[in-house]
Write a protein that binds this ligand. Sequence first.
Ligand code: SF4
Length: 322
Amino acid sequence: MTQIALEPISSIKELQRRIRSLATQKNAIILSHYYQRPEIQDIADFVGDSLALARQAQKTKADIIILAGVYFMAETAKLLNPDKKVFIPDVNAGCSLVESCPPIPFKQFIEQYDNRFVMTYINSSIEIKAMSDIICTSSNALKLVQMVPPDKTLIFAPDRHLGEFLQRVTGREMVIWPGQCIVHEEFSADQIKELKKKYPDAKVIVHPECGSSLLEIADFVGSTGQLLKFVQQDSAKRYIVGTEEGIVHQMRKHAPDKEFIVVPPVIGCVACQQCPYMKLNTLEKIYNILLNEPAENEIIIPEDLAERARIPVERMLEWTDK
Ligand code: SF4
């Protein structure tokens, strides 16, 4: 495809208008994660958490899927819709959880257990998914853990905080891989306690990727989608939010009369509330994908690997609906 050079467009509104117009012309759908920049969320056809994005990707009739999120999300969209062209706006949009679980040591780790059942969080590479029995997200993990046959040794990877949370809530023994997210690791219980002193009426809501000391003092623990639903249905007027700050854009839209305070990270850097990988995507990069469909941004998965990784992803969707 002949590449078209991007002319500078100074107005965000004009760039958004061109993206929407090109997306319609090309029958492209833009799926955005809640942690994307607000101006991306505002032009997306759908904004959601990992599970909701996977479902949207599975049912879309669009010819092109632009996954404004991180790489594993675009890979999951491609797995579920292999005939579509799937693009990621920035190929470097990785994930620290994915990096914390490399395939070779993970293979050696799981092979120590004979009667195993491997449950892997969706924030994992395609190679790790291909070694798994089922994938989960933070929305469905509680339900799925309880469906794993009781005689199996349950191995959970890669997020240790989510694994420990599931173990504590369900009482199910697990072997947990020690991975973690650099963003959620930065939030601390002391900071939440300080904020609670200042705002005693505020409810504390956190993502299960946060450490156990935070989860223990939270009023509600849930996936990004569940946190968003909670603030709309709950009666409190103020919330202390322990997750990536991108979700607050949707919270303010859906509950405009409420106040949201994002927990500052331990080292005091405001940007640490933001996922550096998620923030690599920009409107300009999305526009470039629509204009040029660059080969380096298209998700291609070798078919044998895709076949193995698709099984646990489809099993997740099937078990979630049971
Ligand atoms: S917030 Fe953490 S888990 Fe989510 S994409 Fe960023 S690095 Fe990965």
